[in-house]
Design a protein. Structure first.
Length: 140
């Protein structure tokens, strides 16, 4: 065996041990626990964008229905709108959508959260009407 090969195998490789790894993971966990309460409003706001986008789609479908039939519909099945599957149905949506009321001149559609985003027992609710502006009714 050459001296180069002997020298190569004698050199120790520095590595971290299990204790050091666990300490690093514990520090990361503590930092996450400290940061999470500050991030919850941002998470709730990001998830509410889903409700606003889907309510705008319902508004557009209702507007089209009114142009074709001279009235808004109270039956969401009559609209060209397919609600996304909720998280309870193995989908990704956090809201369920419904038409609250509709007549010849007006309508109200609602998006109700099925997930409590910040764990306070209050569920987010958005509504849209014939004017097309989503409004937050209940803030989570």
């Amino acid at each position: 065996m050459s001296s180069f090969v002997r020298h190569f195998f004698k050199k120790k490789v520095l590595a971290i041990n299990l204790q050091e790894t666990l300490i690093v993971l514990a520090i990361i966990g503590i930092l996450l626990l400290l940061a999470l309460p500050n991030l919850m409003p941002l998470i709730s706001k990001a998830k509410s964008v889903e409700a606003q986008v889907q309510l705008k789609a319902i508004y557009n479908a209702q507007t089209t229905h009114r142009y074709m039939n001279s009235k808004y519909t109270a039956d969401i099945a009559e609209l060209d709108f397919e609600p996304p599957r909720t998280v309870k149905e193995n989908g990704t949506a956090n809201y369920v959508y419904s038409l609250v009321n509709a007549d010849n001149a007006s309508f109200t559609a609602r998006a109700e959260a099925i997930t409590d985003f910040d764990g306070d027992g209050v569920f987010n609710v958005w509504e849209i009407d014939e004017n097309g502006n989503p409004k937050q009714i209940v803030k989570d």
